[in-house]
Design a binder for this molecule. Structure first.
Ligand SMILES: Nc1ncnc2c1ncn2[C@@H]1O[C@H](COP(=O)(O)OP(=O)(O)OP(=O)(O)O)[C@@H](O)[C@H]1O
Ligand SMILES: [Mg+2]
Length: 209
């Protein structure tokens, strides 16, 4: 009986890995489709730029997915995970003079939550890299994940020491995609997000753990 259940477990593992590969491959496929569509548009058009952005988001998602569901990573350290994610984002943005500081409290998060958190980090950190340090100046981006005073909640804080949000910035009124996408992640996490300026931009996300 023991042999049988081991075989079963083995088979389940293989199936699971196979499934994850397929999901990742499908994301890659869609990204390829977008590239083909983009190649039919004139290079500097707004439409081509939008398709390019969509592609970059898909590819990041696919990388996050690969990393999170890699069976080698089941015991991964969250700090290392987020550091590598940041290094990825910085590389995609072509920024080398921005330093990352990552502090992660020991928390136990379901992979689904981690996926949402990762995508939030991707949007917010990408924003810092894109808007906080104009003219290629360097800076620091900090990412903290802590347990809230109320032990059933977690707090994610992402701050930079850049120029800060524009005066009177209202994400709800923004026509850009970034903050709208973040709104979607908040719903998925049942979380709440606030933004502020304090020596740079600060984004806080609290969510039930
Ligand atoms: N870290 C930051 N520092 C300064 N300004 C910021 C920062 N993050 C966001 N912003 C401002 O908030 C605006 C909205 O951000 P949002 O992510 O929604 O759009 P975006 O980054 O311009 O475009 P995209 O849809 O590609 O994300 C930005 O255009 C920028 O003006
Ligand atoms: Mg953005």
């Amino acid at each position: 009986e023991k042999v049988y259940s081991e075989q079963l477990l083995d088979r389940q593992k293989t199936l699971f890995e196979e499934l994850q590969h397929r999901v990742a491959n499908n994301l890659g496929f869609v990204s390829g489709l977008l590239a083909i569509q983009a190649s039919r548009l004139s290079e500097n058009s707004e439409e081509a730029a939008a398709l390019h952005d969509a592609r970059v988001r898909l590819e990041t998602m696919s990388r996050v997915h690969r990393r999170l569901y890699d069976p080698m990573n089941t015991n991964m350290c969250l700090k290392t995970y987020f550091e590598e994610l940041c290094a990825d984002i910085a590389m995609a943005a072509g920024r080398e003079n921005v330093e990352f500081r990552v502090e992660i409290a020991p928390v136990n998060l379901e992979i689904e939550k981690l996926m949402n958190l990762s995508l939030i980090v991707v949007e917010v950190v990408t924003n810092s890299l894109k808007h906080a340090f104009p003219d290629g100046r360097g800076g620091v981006i900090e990412i903290f994940l802590t347990k809230a005073a109320n032990a059933n909640a977690c707090l994610l804080v992402i701050r930079d020491n850049g120029v800060g949000f524009p005066e009177g910035f209202d994400p709800a009124a923004s026509k850009r995609l970034g903050f709208r996408i973040l709104g979607g992640f908040m719903r998925a996490l049942q979380g709440e997000m606030t933004h502020a300026n304090d020596g740079g931009s600060v984004v806080r996300v609290s969510f039930p753990s």
